[in-house]
Design a protein around this ligand. Structure first.
Ligand code: AVJ
Ligand code: FE
Length: 439
């Protein structure tokens, strides 16, 4: 009963957050698709309940659909091969119908908790309430999707909540180069070590990581402006062939988060815009393609996933840590994640979240790009039989692993084994980077 109550209250909290986020949209924004690869907002109003219903009621309990067309229409948001599954000629259903569907799904889920628990002894997805953790994490993941879509939405189509946090302007810390000696890093996790993890987090894998040096802080807007103004976007040798071609085609001269012109850049937040000088110590949010061009300009490269782990969780005394700062459960003292700030903060201003080596904000203030293609660990199994394609569909060599968390990432994702992934030419994520060099 206690477990059921906690599942229910976590579901209800996630749903309330979903409703708060959708309330940021002006009504005319529902059909807007601010990111071409993503569906319009209305899709997500249906996707969150459809996903939960499809997983728990249809997938696990085998219940019949009450609205099969919506179950299918709202099932998946992004196709592995970037194909928009919704035929543009077919109009989306009216909002009241989608909201009625959402409410019916939520009601069915409230009623399904005990039925799922009854199968805990025989079904790995019912055991430890895994299917509900999955549904909860999916909903919370999409909260961040929504926020970075709202970020791209025109100002007159969104509404700032009255309690939106004030921006943290001001100076950050200067970045230094930190030497990390050779050692082992643990990636992933043993299946039984976590109450829930996505398929791509398992099993545990040890990597031997040669010594390297790494920026103590991520690259800032100010440093990026210097790169852009020195001709970084126009210097062919900093870019790989593919990245150059993409950048040329997109006609990119600045990060997707910037507006304005050279010397007069402005940085766009979710609802406001600032002259770059006032936020020059915020981490710069860029695509991996831009990040690796910047790294090349400094004779550096992006860290691998294993190097990120070594920098974040390794320690001179040998024993790896669950979190960069040690054993304490993640909270506001450890970094800018969990949606407590409304955007980035100046780099290096949360020293209590630094790793054993003194590397700052590896978790929080922006996801971090790695150079590692998203791929399964040896022994991978798509154990979520109701969603076997969650990771597998993206093991295509076209996605990179990101680690850490952004200001918008829920606390639930702050665990060592969590892996995010995006294409290197996807510039919309709250994703920062730092450089590494040979030792
Ligand atoms: C893990 C964040 C890359 O947003 O495409 C949501 C998560 N998968 N619904 C994404 C996801 C299906 C996924 N990322
Ligand atoms: Fe989804």
């Amino acid at each position: 009963v206690e477990v059921a109550t906690s599942i229910l209250s976590r579901l209800e909290a996630a749903w309330r957050r979903s409703d708060v986020l959708f309330a940021m949209l002006a009504p005319e924004a529902l059909l807007v698709q601010p990111i071409p690869l993503r569906q319009p907002f209305i899709f997500y109003i249906g996707h969150l309940p459809a996903f939960a219903w499809n997983q728990v009621a249809r997938g696990l309990l085998g219940r019949p659909s009450f609205e099969a067309a919506f179950d299918a229409l709202f099932e998946r948001g992004i196709d592995p091969h970037d194909v928009d599954r919704h035929d543009a000629a077919t109009p989306w259903p009216p909002l009241p119908a989608v909201l009625a569907y959402r409410d019916r799904c939520r009601e069915a889920l409230r009623g399904a908790i005990e039925d799922v628990q009854a199968r805990a002894g025989t079904d790995v997805l019912a055991e430890r309430g895994r299917i509900f953790a999955l549904v909860l994490e999916h909903e919370r993941m999409h909260h961040e999707t929504l926020l970075y879509m709202v970020q791209q939405l025109a100002a007159d189509r969104k509404r700032k909540p009255s309690d939106w946090p004030a921006p943290r302007l001001g100076r950050g810390a200067a970045s230094t180069r930190i030497a990390v000696p050779r050692g082992e890093a643990t990636l992933g996790a043993a299946f039984d070590a976590l109450p829930f993890g996505w398929d791509n987090e398992f099993p545990e894998r040890r990597a031997d990581v040669p010594a390297f040096a790494i920026d103590s802080c991520p690259v800032t807007n100010g440093a990026w402006a210097a790169f852009a103004e020195a001709g970084g976007y126009e210097t062919r040798r900093f870019w790989t062939d593919e990245d150059w071609e993409w950048k040329e085609r997109a006609d990119l001269h600045a990060p997707a988060f910037w507006a304005g012109t050279p010397g007069r850049w402005r940085c766009r937040g979710l609802f406001d815009e600032w002259p770059l000088e006032t936020v020059e110590d915020w981490p710069v949010y860029v695509s991996a393609a831009e990040a690796r061009a910047y790294a090349a300009s400094r004779d550096a490269r992006l860290p691998t996933e294993a190097e990120f782990h070594r920098a974040a969780f390794g320690a001179p005394e040998g024993r790896e840590r669950p979190f960069p700062w040690g054993d304490a459960a993640p909270g506001p003292a450890h970094g800018n994640f969990g949606g407590r700030e409304g955007g980035p903060v100046p780099v290096g201003t949360c020293p209590s979240g630094a790793s054993a080596w003194g590397v700052h904000e590896l978790i929080g203030n922006g996801w971090e790009w790695t150079s590692t293609p998203f791929a399964p660990f040896p022994g991978f199994a798509p154990y979520v039989r109701t969603y076997a394609g969650y990771s597998q569909d993206f093991f295509d060599g076209r996605h990179l692993v990101l680690k850490g968390a952004s200001w918008a990432t829920d606390d639930v994702f702050v665990r060592r084994s969590f892996r995010n992934w995006f294409q290197p030419h996807y510039p919309y994520v709250f994703a920062k980077f730092r450089c590494v060099w040979p030792a």
